[in-house]
Design a protein around this ligand. Structure first.
Ligand code: G6P
Ligand code: MG
Length: 220
């Protein structure tokens, strides 16, 4: 087997490039309280990482005892999103996580394509607000897919948009669902974030500011 160079890096957005987790949490918490659910915690919020809006809603509803109709659930998800979008209005450059800009510049210098693979339907807004849009070659997000992580679809679409074979892509992720999705897409994985040790990624670091052996990751 010869050496296969990575030609594209596909980044998850929330928790990898930007810190929006606190805003997601606040929006869900506000909604939960309106429903009389007062025991929605940060621990529950962790289970919402990388999964779709509707699945995240189920995490909140599981903390209560009532059963709701599909129609009600649609309204709930929409309501939370309105709270979230309101919070996103104040998002700016300082929400970009440490080491991100340098990493993106380094990859660009190496002529490696940069993609986004996020199930968030707010991806374009978040990229815009933080000023990240110019760094990104192609975006695959919640608006492009029908199945969310751990299904590989969002990463497959990203590779396709970048014009690359799946095997030539590396995925950078902070969620277990995302790492499972990337592996299902036959992509190599770099795990980041507070839970990096539990992610079972091919490589793992606490954040992108750490000393990372990019040479061996990209040449492997
Ligand atoms: C990301 C977050 C999840 C969130 C999902 C959908 O993957 O990690 O917590 O549920 O995006 O986001 P959206 O902005 O579409 O509600
Ligand atoms: Mg994430």
């Amino acid at each position: 087997m010869g050496i296969r160079m990575i030609k594209g890096v596909i980044f998850d957005l929330d928790g990898v490039l930007v810190s929006t987790d606190e805003m997601h949490f606040k929006a869900w918490e506000k909604f939960a309280k309106e429903l009389g659910i007062i025991n929605f915690t940060k621990e529950d919020n962790k289970r919402q990482k990388g999964v779709s809006r509707m699945e995240s809603l189920e995490v909140v509803l599981s903390k209560g005892s009532r059963v709701y109709s599909e129609e009600e659930k649609q309204e709930f998800a929409e309501r939370k999103n309105q709270y979230y979008i309101k919070l996103l209005q104040s998002l700016k450059e300082d929400a970009i996580l440490p080491g991100v800009i340098n990493t993106l510049k380094m990859l660009k210098e190496k002529e490696i394509l940069i993609g986004i693979g996020s199930v968030s339907k707010n991806t374009p807004l978040i990229l815009d607000k933080t000023g990240l849009t110019p760094y990104i070659d192609k975006v695959s997000c919640g608006l492009d897919i029908t199945r969310s992580k751990p299904d590989p679809q969002v990463f497959e679409v990203a590779a396709e948009k970048l014009g690359l074979l799946k095997e030539d892509c590396l995925v950078v992720e902070d969620s277990i669902a995302g790492i499972i999705a990337a592996k299902a897409a036959h992509m190599r994985t770099l795990g980041v974030g507070p839970e990096y040790k539990q992610l079972r990624a091919d490589y793992a670091v606490a954040n992108l500011q750490e000393e990372i052996d990019w040479k061996s990751i990209l040449d492997s």
